[in-house]
Design a protein around this ligand. Structure first.
Ligand SMILES: Cc1ncc(COP(=O)(O)O)c(C=O)c1O
Length: 395
């Protein structure tokens, strides 16, 4: 079976994880710090905080902004539900803004209108869809006027670049960036995530929220009565200062992360060469096109979504996916627009103002892409796709 995405784990990864398991600590130790330092250094941010998933990271990032209850936060409807669930966890309201057809990223002209018209917008969570970065400089300019905060959902985008050459996660134009290390992502720790920021205050807050809201650093205890006796710091003392969580990554996972990050640039290069091959070899019919038609030079190429005009080809997507599966080819749809999910529908969200998201959803299909995908496998994907859509009418 050729899956739509998969991890690349080699013998070094296995050895590094085994070494950690056999000889190292399992939680709350120096491997996590090493992994955090490596990610911060790679993306060019001052601080990085490892967490148990990007979902946890988004939750903490929203909390760390300390917005007034029921603030509205703009995000993209074409994303995994975690992007907007993080807003709901924190008792705020997602505001879904339509995507632009060339990139399937949130449409910044519509964001500008919303910011202008809606006083309750306090933050934006842009999603770098499929690894292609949003125009952060433009978004930062729009947001700065009203002091609107920005958290980048870069679950797909570790290893991608902004147009100015900086790495996604540098946080030049945002408050925080959140990455995912789920197996199909740029690098994996099984489950896992990372938040990057340049703000020392946010960094300290994220560290605290990740671990129950507890502070162990002796420079910032609130209670001198509990923390000291006879003028000395009590060596057992720790202090819960706010309601936090256990969102920690394990040392075993961090060992895999450190081992994988050495190969991150190679992974992105391998992904890009496979995308380039697809772009040359996709069936040349008007009803089939890559989903992101703008320059792909900065993308981390997390997935390769294409658009198929099924009605023009007189085929159903469900049948096509089933037939491809019978031929050993895995495909997926990224994503069902978030406000279409029953949970969101029941809470009054709708898709009335999201025509581009809906049009994309009706045509989307993600075909296999991962660093170890062989050219013979890519050829098989294209041949089967061509046969099934009857692409004998190629231009
Ligand atoms: C855009 C986006 N944001 C957030 C997440 C959540 O990531 P995690 O699985 O690490 O919680 C995902 C997961 O696929 C995602 O695609």
């Amino acid at each position: 079976m050729i899956p739509y995405g998969r991890q690349s784990v080699n013998l070094f990864d296995v050895l590094n994880v085994s070494k950690q398991l056999a000889f190292g600590s399992l939680t709350q130790g120096s491997k996590i710090e090493e992994f955090e330092e490596r990610v911060a250094e790679y993306v060019g941010a001052r601080y990085a905080v490892a967490v148990s998933s990007a979902t946890a990271g988004l939750h903490l990032a929203v909390l760390a902004l300390e917005l007034p209850v029921s603030s509205e936060i703009i995000t993209s409807p074409i994303s995994f539900v975690a992007s907007s669930n993080a807003i709901l966890y924190s008792n705020h309201q997602p505001k879904f803004i339509d995507v632009e057809p060339e990139t399937i990223n949130i449409d910044l002209n519509l964001v500008a209108h919303e910011i202008e018209a809606n006083k309750n917008i306090r933050a934006v969570i842009p999603v770098h869809f499929a690894g292609l970065p949003c125009n952060m400089e433009k978004l930062a300019k729009l947001s700065a006027v009203k002091g609107i905060k920005i958290i980048e959902d870069a679950a797909h985008a570790l290893g991608g670049n902004y147009p100015n050459g900086k790495k996604v996660g540098a946080c030049e134009f945002s408050d925080m960036t959140v990455f995912s290390f789920h197996p199909v992502k740029s690098i994996t720790t099984g489950e896992g995530g990372m938040i990057t920021t340049n703000s020392y205050d946010l960094y300290k807050k994220l560290l605290r929220l990740r671990s129950h809201g507890i502070n162990k650093l002796n420079d910032s205890f609130e209670s001198s009565l509990l923390s000291t006796s006879g003028g000395m710091l009590n060596p057992w003392y720790y202090e819960m200062q706010e309601l936090g969580f256990n969102y920690r990554l394990t040392e075993i996972q961090a060992a895999l992360g450190v081992s994988q990050i050495d190969r991150l640039d190679k992974f992105i290069k391998d992904r890009k060469s496979r995308v380039d091959w697809y772009l040359l070899n996709l069936p040349k019919v008007p009803a089939v096109a890559p989903a992101q038609s703008k320059s792909s030079t900065q993308s981390a190429h997390h997935i390769f979504p294409i658009r198929i005009n099924y009605s023009e080809l007189n085929i159903s997507r469900a049948r096509l996916m089933k037939s491809l599966k019978e031929k050993g080819i895995g495909t997926q749809v990224h994503y069902i627009p978030i406000p279409l999910h029953p949970y969101y529908q029941k809470r009054g969200f709708g898709v009335e103002n999201l025509p581009e998201a809906m049009s994309y959803y009706h045509e989307a299909l993600t075909i296999p892409l991962y660093p170890s995908l062989k050219q013979s496998q890519q050829r098989k994907v294209i041949i089967e796709l061509r046969n099934l859509i009857g692409a004998y009418q190629e231009k």
